[in-house]
Design a protein around this ligand. Sequence first.
Ligand code: KG4
Ligand code: ZN
Length: 340
Amino acid sequence: DRPAPLLAIESSCDDTACAIMLPDGQICADRIYSQNEHAALGGVVPEIAARAHLAHLPDLVTQCLADAGYQLADMGAFAATTGPGLIGGLIVGSHYAKGLALSMNRPFIAINHIEAHALMATWPLMPGGGAPFPFLLLLVSGGHCQCVAVRNIGDYTLLGSTIDDAAGEAFDKVAKMLGLGWPGGPALEKLAREGDARKWDFPRPLIGREGCDFSFSGLKTAVSRVVSRFGAEALTRRDAADIAGSFQASVARVMADRVRNALSAFPEAKNIVVAGGVAANQAIRTSIEAVAQERGLPLFVPPVRYCTDNAVMIAWAAWQKIRAHPAADINDLNVAPRPR
Ligand code: KG4
Ligand code: ZN
């Protein structure tokens, strides 16, 4: 008799994801449909995202069950992200999972998306092993930019977050100015490799200030001023590469400064974890690596697949929640999706 797995759904932004996981963290199925509906529109359109989740979720769930060789009735529980995120997608995913839970007479488990990103680092099957508590989490993606003190399961303190754009958003907007398409973060990093990162002395917002909040609007404006000085048409590839490199260097230095402050506010941290799509950026990794070395702390960066939005992290967080409270006590059917 195999132990019952649970089925988890993630739909808070533009990735429709489903995973099936056993209690020990073993993955039975893990699928992500990355919505391509938004690329031509230059950013995630909430209404289109919600409709795309609705269109793709049923097949995704069916495919995951087939991958895992299970039926819906074999699931011990159903979990979904209920926030934070775009409300339309949250409603689609959480109500879909609630419907499955009700029809199968199993518990529904509501998961906080940020908590799931945080706990994913502790997944014991992580290549290189899970990160032990307590750790400082730097979560940097298209939707998030924050430093979180993660002391234990359920014990989190938000140390700082962005007061305007998320880090990935800033990358995407600058990439757009340079004509790189959307989402432009990876293309910008690639272009930056050809450029001189010292060519432009862009602002490094909030560096040297107390706390660990982030801000990117001033930096973005400075970049846009330089781009318009050239005129978008006159901008050579070399010019664009210099701008990309200089922008990226500014962001990397800001990240390091904020992480240093976060570690001062959270001296108990035994590890540093970087997650979110922007963690794929080598310049940012290198700059956080330097801070980790300075402080003598190990640095954990999950593989991109588990550090960007996925449903495995929702499933793993749900198992942690079940372990902390007997499943019979969890009745999250009345938890409403919340965008913030
Ligand atoms: O975690 P993620 O896949 O989705 C969420 O936003 O939650 O993150 C996507 C973001 C996008 O803004 C993308 O441009 C950025 O991460 N990104 C990067 C890189 N790879 C992805 N930004 C900078 N450098 C990269 N290599
Ligand atoms: Zn996320």
